[in-house]
Design a protein around this ligand. Structure first.
Ligand code: SAH
Ligand code: SF4
Ligand code: F3S
Length: 441
């Protein structure tokens, strides 16, 4: 039998990255091997995102390029999945304009990939299976990790928050939580397999268990993961400010494995904009959370965020409130977005959409404030000793090794390759805007 190959292109957030790891593992169970080259692949999968980094433009660009490949090699299977496939106007457009696609599936039935590939193989035309809602949580899925020593672990799926700009509640469905025993079993097995760091994933991890009426909440779950031998670092993503409990803030003190980082998306600095975004907290409420975090978890806790500029109706005054909030918090990093209307969300229909030029101009001003704050925070590391989980040689300078601190900072340092996967102590020699330089002690 000749070796078959797969190639997966992933857009979007950690949730999508992890979904791609699951698909990769399912394909490898079917004896496919990974390839970086599309031309070598028998199955090409594009895992799409409806939000990130112009992902839709890049996606349609890639899809256009695949036409020639498919013409030359009609036996190749082209499959599309992910958040965009949950949007009907998108799948309809693909059916009409991109007839070289063989298979479309969504976020809820991804675990059916092996069956879907078989079905699509039997069809001449496009085979499409997209479910509007989930049909229960699928346990026991395999995963092919990017690093043997780090793992993503889903704890919740979907979202019930309906922020007015956001498409995720429509593409990922209602919020549901995995049972604690299933999560803990998975993490114990990962630890036995050499995993040192777990990243607990959900659109809003703070509301873990609430919609399902569990007696265990997110802070309890962290305490339980903290007890698992072999696991040395616990991270989580993402936290919604409206559900950040005192109990979770306390966990930064009481759980020694909990990393010194919280990603707490603020989105905007004006209470009026936050209200129209349906975020359900105020500027003052958010700043109070930051104060508590600093008081309980210390000045060195890294705080990162997401910000949208140019939400409909955002005035210069509103925008300045965002800038002043950024100054006040002093973030360690931020994902920054230009507001873009998403079909089917309330904000897409709001009046007073902000002109593109103003959005871009505000974006630049915001980046300057953020870069200054990142540089300031990183500078404060100079001379400090930190523990770094080493990821491997740096991609930009092969003479250096790279890894991350508990606070999620990238550290580059001269070192041997066999440090990969180890926790080493490093003294920071230089704090740059986006990374730290150091030397092994
Ligand atoms: N569940 C996470 C966020 C998931 S989406 C949370 O609530 O924090 C990731 C980020 O994309 C959001 O935090 C927001 O900043 C951004 N985003 C979502 N929809 C957007 C839109 N229509 N335009 C611009 N940015 C958007
Ligand atoms: Fe989107 Fe809001 Fe849910 Fe985050 S909390 S996924 S921004 S609806
Ligand atoms: Fe994108 Fe879906 Fe994640 S829209 S950001 S891939 S949940």
């Amino acid at each position: 039998m000749t070796q078959k190959f797969y190639h997966i292109l992933t857009f979007g957030c950690q949730m999508n990255e992890h979904d791609s790891e699951i698909m990769a593992a399912m394909l490898e169970q079917k004896h496919y091997a990974p390839t970086e080259k599309r031309s070598q692949a028998d199955v090409i999968i594009i895992n799409t995102c409806s939000i990130r980094e112009n992902a839709d433009k890049r996606f349609f660009g890639t899809l256009g390029q695949l036409k020639r490949l498919k013409k030359e090699h009609p036996e190749k299977m082209i499959a599309l999945c992910g958040c965009m496939m949950q949007q009907e106007h998108i799948t309809r457009a693909i059916e009409q304009k991109y007839p070289w696609v063989d298979l479309i599936f969504g976020t809820h039935n991804l675990y059916r990939l092996p069956v879907l590939l078989e079905k699509a193989g039997e069809e001449e035309k496009l085979f499409m299976e997209v479910w509007q809602e989930h049909r229960g949580i699928q346990e026991g899925l395999p995963s092919r990790r990017k690093y043997p020593f780090k793992a993503f672990v889903n704890i919740t799926y979907g979202c019930n928050n309906f922020c007015t700009y956001c498409i995720v509640p429509y593409t990922r469905g209602r919020e549901r939580s995995r049972r604690p025993e299933d999560i803990l079993r998975e993490i114990r097995a990962l630890a036995e397999d050499g995993v040192k760091e777990v990243m607990l994933l959900g659109q809003n991890v703070n509301s873990y268990g609430k919609a399902d009426g569990f007696s265990v909440d997110f802070a309890d779950l962290i305490h339980q993961v903290n007890e698992i031998p072999g696991i040395q670092r616990i991270r989580f993503m993402t936290s919604h400010p409206k559900d950040l409990s005192d109990k979770l803030i306390d966990a930064f003190q009481s759980c020694e494995k909990l990393c010194r980082h919280i990603h707490l998306p603020v989105q905007a600095g004006s209470t009026e904009i936050l209200r129209r975004m349906n975020r359900r907290y105020t500027r003052e409420g958010y700043l109070e959370l930051i104060r508590k975090l600093r008081e309980k978890a210390g000045e060195d806790l890294a705080i990162t965020t997401d910000i949208i500029v140019g939400f409909p109706g955002e005035t210069e005054e509103d925008f300045r409130m965002t800038l002043s909030l950024l100054e006040e918090v002093g973030y360690d990093a931020a994902f920054t977005f230009l507001y873009s209307p998403r079909k089917g969300t309330p904000a897409a229909e709001y009046p007073h959409q902000v002109p593109e030029q103003i959005k871009h101009e505000r974006f630049e001003r915001m980046r300057q404030v953020l870069d200054a704050s990142m540089a300031r925070r990183n500078k404060a590391y100079e001379g400090r000793r930190v523990w770094v989980l080493v990821e491997g040689p740096s991609k930009t300078d092969r003479t250096l090794m790279t890894g991350r601190t508990s606070s999620m900072k990238i550290v580059n340092f001269p070192g041997k390759r066999d440090l990969t996967g180890k926790l080493v102590q490093v003294r920071i020699t230089q704090g740059k805007t986006y990374s730290l330089m150091g030397e092994v002690i």
